[in-house]
Structure formats: structure tokens, C-alpha cells
Write a protein that binds this ligand. Sequence first.
Ligand code: GUN
Length: 296
Amino acid sequence: MAAKIIDGKQVAADMRAELKAETARLKAEGIVPGLAVVLVGEDPASQSYVTAKERACEEIGIYSDDNRLPADTTQETLMALVDKLNKDPKINGILVQLPLPKHLNESAVLLAIDPAKDVDGFHPVNVGKMVVGEEAFLPCTPHGIIQLLVRSKVKIDGAEVAVVGRSNIVGKPIANMLIQKSPTGNATVTVCHTRTRNLADHVRRADIIIAAAGRPNTITADMVKEGAVVIDVGVNRINDATKKSGFRLVGDVDFEAVSKKASLITPVPGGVGPMTITMLLYNTVVSAKRAAGKKA
Ligand code: GUN
């Protein structure tokens, strides 16, 4: 079987058009959603993510507040900035780009963000609400994956899913979302990680494979059941002298070979990536509506 490509850029463009129309309606009522982005240090990948997030805000009519701090920023300075943003009525969403430099206490920073402005869905209050199935800001990458599956008409209910990776940003939350008793859940989920004894045995059973290991070629064709749906969350920089930048991006899946067996597959780039930013914009618009006392 030759897989159909799930075009994340197209799904993201459709959703962003919906969001743009929504922000225009809100603007007519004097409501402008605002997102504050905080970046500490000069990590090139983080810089390009943050720039992409700010551009996306502009494109759909969200006010974006750019906070770029030097790598040697102290915990106190960062906490004071979060406190200021928590109190700023123009700001509906606060995003602190991760990872933070090693000397900073990441969990203390995430805990300091007002859960009502936690559009990343990383605050323990939002994580807890998600786990017990209450309304919460859902983390953007897993929420984007659910959107891709739903909009590609993939049957999640009753499906066997293998999640490969157990990060707080992708693996743990997507596993949780897929087991919820809800129209976008009801899956049977196996979470695999670096200590899983026989990865291939678990992945081979799956109707849906979610690769979020952060390592190229983690999923090879021999591990994939004929007709499986493959979602590749990996973003790995590989040296490539033919590129002007000196690198190219690859996912965690051996795309060439796996796309001959899968029924549906996401490319890298152009699959999950564009959805992450889109769900951030979505959460920011929802937050602005809630802050204005409107039903989100
Ligand atoms: N680093 C990698 N992914 C993310 C994300 O979704 N949000 C934040 N804040 N940092 C990240």
C-alpha cells in the first residue's frame, strides 16, 4: 500500500483561517487576544520556533509580546517577568519556550504561570484537569495530533495505539488524551520508551503509531503493520552539505520505507509541526474569550 500523506500545512491553514475569522469578530467587540512569548538564551531551534509563533500571531490578528532574555538570566528575573505577565490584562496566554538553560528551575517557572493563561497546557493544574477529563488547556502538539487524526477521519475509538516516547510535552499527554472516555479517545494505548524490552513487538500491533522519541529511524518498515496510520512527531536536524543551512529536518520514522506500508502518514516537515503552533493560537483565542466572560 502507498500511504496517503496527511498534509499538516493544509489542515493548519484551514484552522488558522477559522481562527482569523474569529479574531476579526472579537476585534469588532473590542477584544484582542494577546500572547506573550518568553525565550531565554540563543538556542537556534528555539529561536526559530519562537519567531514562527510570533509570525503566526500577526497573521491571524493576535497581539504578540516578544520577551527575549539573555542566557544568563536569573531565576528571580524570569519569575518577576512571569508575575508581570500574569497581571497584564492585555495578555491571555504566556508561553515560556522550553528547554530553559540548565541553571534555571523549569518546573518552578511553569508552576508560576497563571493556569488561566497557560496556553501550553504545561501547568500541573491543567495537566491534572486533562487527566481527570475536565475542561483544560490541552498541550499543543498532542492536541494538534488529535486534530490531524479526526480531520483525516481516522477511527480512534477502539484502535490499538503505540506511543513511542514518554516526554511531558508529547508522549504522556497524547497517551492520556487517547484513553479518555470521549469521542476523540477510547483507544487502547501502549506507551513505549527507552526501557521497553521489545519495541518492534508493541509497534507491530498498532493501528496508529505515534513516534515521539526524538531519534531518527526509530520506526522502520519491519515494525509497521500493513495499513497502519503513522504520526511522526520527531524533528531531528541532520547534517546536509547540499543545504544552505547545512542541515535538513527528518522525523523519527523511516519515511521512504514506512510510507509503502502505512495507509496514512505525516511528513517531516509539514506534518505535526504546523499543527503545534495552530493549537497554541487556538488556546490563546479560547483564553481571550474566557477572560471576556464569553463561552469558549
Ligand atoms: N519546546 C518544544 N516544544 C514546545 C512547546 O510546545 N512549548 C514550549 N513552551 N516549549 C517547547
